[in-house]
Design a protein around this ligand. Structure first.
Ligand code: TRP
Length: 329
């Protein structure tokens, strides 16, 4: 059976960009009977940015509750925390030793920091820790340890998947053909999710809509979507943030009706009201499940422990083979 794996790092409260950009597709795929699915919380990847223990715990529970609220079935999917799989960190170290430093010099996140430092006349590596620099190797360990065939990710992770394949090739060339080739799965239909200000929705731009905030928060965030100063009567262009956000939640029929209203003229206040309605009717039932888990963190922990037990069986098998290949055993 083919194996499908993905992870999300818990670095903030989940927003609708996380849902429509990644989680939704991953949940759909997990229902496919042809795959064995492993979905995990990349908590030790998040350590790079989250250095507050309370927040670290909070974000981890929030991401777990989010996956469960979005429909992840822990009976069907092995759902675990990366940090509960010690084999990940053993493989990480082994992979460090066959990964050329030059490969990591070219990684986007690291390169962006270096560029930024240069522009500010700082030392090129200022503020860069080894967690950031070696991030792609840990990610390769997550993927290769589970001999994953397919990895559903957002476009921003494409280079990480390329580096994973490269590392697998170096290992196979050095120690013998062992790791399978892990292919990224980036559904074309998932474009960029637009934020309140019309730019890509991102925590770093502060333009997000919280996925499971309460109704009041949802309404107030939707009201902040930037619109132009056209009067209600004027026909409007659908190429704008509010229409795109509306369309994420609406049915094809509702989208057609809204297009019609745009061409005839509709007030922005009315569009925002209707956007809240469609968003809330999709999110409300999921929000209930989310809130249930947030107030029962011990249930989340139990689910994750169970998932880790199952995933460690695969991990043990892989690491056993790897130890033999490198001559440890
Ligand atoms: N880098 C991913 C992110 O930023 C998280 C991640 C860690 C991941 N390990 C992975 C994704 C393995 C897919 C497969 O969210």
């Amino acid at each position: 059976m083919k194996r499908i794996l993905t992870g999300i790092k818990p670095t903030g409260t989940p927003h609708i960009g996380n849902y429509f950009g990644a989680i939704k597709q991953a949940i759909e795929l997990s229902k496919n009977e042809d795959y064995e699915a492993l979905y995990f919380i990349a908590d030790y990847h998040a350590l790079n940015t989250v250095k507050n223990p309370e927040l670290f715990k909070k974000y981890t529970h929030e991401i777990a509750a989010t996956w469960l609220a979005c429909g992840l079935d822990p009976e069907k999917v092995m759902f675990y925390k990366q940090s509960d799989i010690p084999e990940v960190f053993e493989l990480n170290w082994i992979l460090n030793n066959i990964t050329p430093k030059g490969v990591l010099n070219r990684a986007h996140a690291y390169k962006a920091c270096v560029e930024d430092n240069k522009n500010k006349n700082l030392d090129p590596d200022s503020g860069v820790n080894m967690g950031l620099y070696c991030y792609p190797v840990l990610m390769a360990a997550d993927i290769l340890l589970m001999q994953s065939n397919l990895v559903p990710v957002g476009l921003d992770q494409k280079q990480h998947l390329e580096i994973t394949k490269e590392i697998a090739r170096y290992f196979n060339n050095t120690f013998g053909n062992f790791f399978v080739s892990s292919e990224e799965y980036i559904p074309e239909s998932v474009g960029t999710i637009i934020g309140l200000d019309g730019r890509k929705m991102s925590k770093s731009y502060g333009n997000t809509i919280t996925l499971f905030g309460d109704e009041k928060m949802l309404r107030s965030q939707i009201n902040k979507i930037v619109t132009n100063s056209q009067t209600p009567e004027e026909p409007k262009d659908t190429d704008c943030a509010i229409f795109k956000i509306f369309s994420l939640f609406a049915t094809p029929k509702q989208i057609e009706e809204m297009k019609e209203k745009f061409s005839k003229g509709i007030g922005w206040g009315e569009v925002k009201k209707q956007t809240f309605e469609v968003a809330n009717s999709l999110l409300a039932p999921m929000r209930e499940v989310y809130n249930y888990y947030i107030s029962h963190p011990e249930e989340i922990d139990k689910i994750l422990e169970n998932g880790a037990k199952k995933a460690r069986q695969i991990a043990a098998q892989t690491i056993g083979e790897v130890r033999k290949l490198i001559g440890k055993e």
